[in-house]
Every structure is written in structure tokens, then in C-alpha cells.
Write a protein that binds this ligand. Structure first.
Ligand code: 1QQ
Length: 382
């Protein structure tokens, strides 16, 4: 054998062993890093980054390092579609985390399902997300599981009997939250004094709030994203109304308090995560997050952090082949069995019911706890 041929074989073997023993695991992340939803998206990105760095520092997954391929979907449907295509076809990622909003997930997740690529939402809480197909997973707890617990807590804590409802009618998450609130209020025999809507980007809610004021509710139920929620709260107070708010997942952001400050006091909101949970996994997460980002984490960062660990648990069971199609299927088959006890507490997947006779994906099986805003932050409702 010529020296030249030996060299080629040796190089090829070295290359092969590099792939089989220490390959990069490329994971796509499509989140809203700019635009109105960026406060959520950046926290999510931080949660993933922190988790991936921690996992890599401990040797990675069976010796392989996680490499995050990060894309900004801007909180827009069309961008989410573009970015999903890039990640799947060009970057050939193993799976995708994201997108940030349910609204974008309804546009982009079908691409992941059509290409048999796992898409894992850590912040999508609308109904029907996992109905898009068997490759859609989420660890974000559905509004359908959280809101009835929150309204029940509001009755107990404030003794409310009648509420007004306000929601955004052109966003998948705010609409879905409205539907869930509506049926929870009916089930719990809470009277609705008035229902009002707004559209994405609205900044003046005085017309709706004046009608709500005239209907004299005990509390205001708001299915809104954080920025709109905060402005609604401020304008409610400027109209002299003192009613507490009851919100959904959109309220789970420091942005609410950056804008509304303590005008948001007494708002009730449900979430699986709390900064006050003193379980070791959560204490470690909070300390590491503060050390790295010099800021307090939120629920969105915690869910992203846990999701990376959930995928890591699944990948530990998988023998990666280097063939993206095969590896994507292997990941999808390994994920459902994962159980995790992380920053957000005990977690398991729950198979979603088939939709229109089509196989569905997996929702989060996790308990929600109710928080109350006090002095510009959420604390556990005791
Ligand atoms: C959704 C949400 C938002 C609040 C995510 C940031 O829950 O769009 O489903």
C-alpha cells in the first residue's frame, strides 16, 4: 500500500471515529429574539444556553457536545416558517426548540411534522398545539390545565362572584386562553359582566375599559400577552378601577412589572414554576442563571432549561448514527418515556388525543401553582 493511500485511510478512520465517539449534536432553537415577544424569547434562549453549557461542561451527552443553532423568528408566523426550513434542510439539526408564541407554532410546526423532525415548544400553551402531529412535544403547561386552577383560587382568595373578560382576538394564544377562561367561568358559576376584545399592537384600551367599568365586575380576567396586559392594567387604574386581574401564561414575565409596576399588585397567575420553590434543582438553576446573566430568571427560562435536560435524558438512550433522518426518529421514539424533576418540579409527557383521526404529539403533565403579584413581583399565593 502506498504511503499516500495509508494516509487517506488513516484520515478517513480518524474522521469516522470522531463522528462515532464525539460528534456535535446540533439542536435548532427558533425563538422571538426581537419584536414584542422578545422578552419571552430572550429568557428562553438564556435557559437553553445555560442548560447546554452545564451539560457540555459535564461531558455532554454520551461524550457528544450540544451545539445550539440559534435563529430569531421575531414572533412572526412567516419568519417562524423560514427559520424552521433553514434549520431542518440547511443546518440539518436533530430537532427544533420553539417557536415562542403558539401563534407561530401553528404556522411552523406542520413543517417539522412533515419532515419527521421533533419540534419541542417550551412556551406554547394554546389548545391544539400537539394536535399538529406526533413530532410536536411541549413542556409548557396548557392554559386548559392552568386557568381553571387560577379562577378557583381567585374565588377563594378574593371571594369574587362576577368578572369582566378582556382578550386579544387575533392571536392563537390569547384566543385559546379566552375559550378556556369562558368554560372555566361557566363551570365554576362565575358571572361574566362584560366581554371585550382588542387587536395585536393596540395601545389604547380606554373604550373597552370604560364599558368594563360600567359593568361593575369584582375582577378582570385578561387573556393577553405581557405588554398589552401591563398597559391594560395601567389604564384600568387611571380610570379609578381597583379590581384585581386574573391572567394566563402571558403574565409570566418581568415585562409586566417593568411597565405596570405595583399597579399590577393582586394579579393572580398560574404557573408550574416559582422563584420560591426551594427544591435543590430550582435553587441551583436560579443561582447559575443569576451568575451567568446578572438577572433573575423567569418561568420561560426555567421551562427552556428543563426542556434541554429532558431532551438530554432521551438522547442518552439513543445511539446516534450521524444520519439525520434516523436520528430524528430515534429521538422522537425516546422522548415520551422521559420523566424529569427539574427547576419547574416533577414533569412527565402526556399523550395528546388524536385529532381528526390523526396521531397527535405530547403535552406536559405537570401541576400548576397560583401566584399573586405583590410589590412588583409574583409570590406564591398562600
Ligand atoms: C403562547 C404563550 C405565550 C405567553 C408565550 C410567550 O403561552 O403563545 O402559547
Amino acid at each position: 500500500m502506498s504511503q499516500h493511500l495509508k494516509l487517506i485511510i488513516a484520515t478517513a478512520l480518524a474522521g469516522y471515529s470522531a463522528i462515532s465517539h464525539a460528534a456535535d449534536i446540533r439542536i435548532g432553537m427558533a425563538e422571538a429574539l426581537t419584536g414584542p415577544a422578545a422578552k419571552y424569547g430572550v429568557a428562553i434562549k438564556n435557559g437553553f444556553t445555560l442548560a447546554a453549557e452545564g451539560i457540555n461542561a459535564k461531558g455532554g451527552i454520551n461524550g457528544n457536545k450540544i451545539v445550539l443553532v440559534i435563529e430569531d423568528e421575531q414572533g412572526k408566523k412567516e419568519e417562524a416558517i423560514n427559520v424552521f426550513k433553514k434549520l431542518i434542510f440547511q443546518d440539518k439539526v436533530l430537532m427544533i426548540f420553539g417557536p415562542t408564541l403558539s401563534n407561530s407554532a401553528f404556522a411552523a410546526d406542520p413543517i417539522a411534522n412533515a419532515t419527521k423532525t421533533v419540534v419541542f415548544g417550551t412556551s406554547n400553551t394554546a389548545d391544539g398545539i400537539t394536535g399538529m402531529g406526533p413530532f410536536t412535544f411541549r413542556n409548557s403547561v396548557m392554559e386548559a390545565d392552568v386557568l381553571p386552577v387560577t379562577t378557583r383560587a381567585a374565588v377563594k382568595h378574593f371571594g369574587i362572584k362576577k368578572v369582566a373578560v378582556l382578550y386579544g382576538n387575533d392571536d392563537a394564544f390569547t384566543k385559546s386562553g379566552y375559550d378556556v377562561f369562558k368554560s372555566a367561568l361557566a363551570d365554576q358559576k362565575i358571572t361574566v359582566t362584560d366581554t371585550e376584545t382588542y387587536a395585536k399592537g393596540d395601545v389604547d384600551f380606554k373604550a373597552q375599559l370604560t364599558k368594563i367599568k360600567a359593568s361593575n365586575p369584582d375582577a378582570i380576567v385578561c387573556s393577553c400577552l405581557a405588554e398589552e396586559a401591563a398597559n391594560i392594567i395601567l389604564q384600568t387604574r387611571s380610570l379609578g378601577m381597583k379590581q384585581p386581574f386574573i391572567g394566563g401564561n402571558g403574565f409570566n414575565s418581568p415585562k409586566l412589572f417593568e411597565i405596570a409596576k405595583d399597579a399590577a399588585d393582586n394579579t393572580l397567575m398560574g404557573s408550574p414554576w416559582s422563584a420560591e420553590n426551594i427544591a435543590p434543582a430550582n435553587k441551583q438553576f436560579i443561582a447559575d442563571y443569576k451568575a451567568k446573566f446578572n438577572a433573575d430568571p423567569d418561568q420561560f427560562a426555567a421551562q427552556a432549561y428543563d426542556a434541554m435536560h429532558i431532551v438530554t435524558e432521551a438522547l442518552k438512550q439513543v445511539k446516534l448514527s450521524g444520519n439525520p433522518e434516523k436520528d430524528r426518529l430515534a429521538l422522537r421514539d425516546a422522548l415520551p418515556a422521559v420523566k424529569h424533576d427539574g427547576a419547574t418540579g416533577k414533569f412527565a409527557f402526556r399523550r395528546a388525543a388524536p385529532k381528526d383521526g390523526k396521531e397527535a404529539g405530547y403535552d406536559a403533565q405537570q401541576d400548576a401553582i397560583v401566584n399573586i403579584a405583590k410589590g412588583g413581583k409574583f409570590v406564591l399565593l398562600k
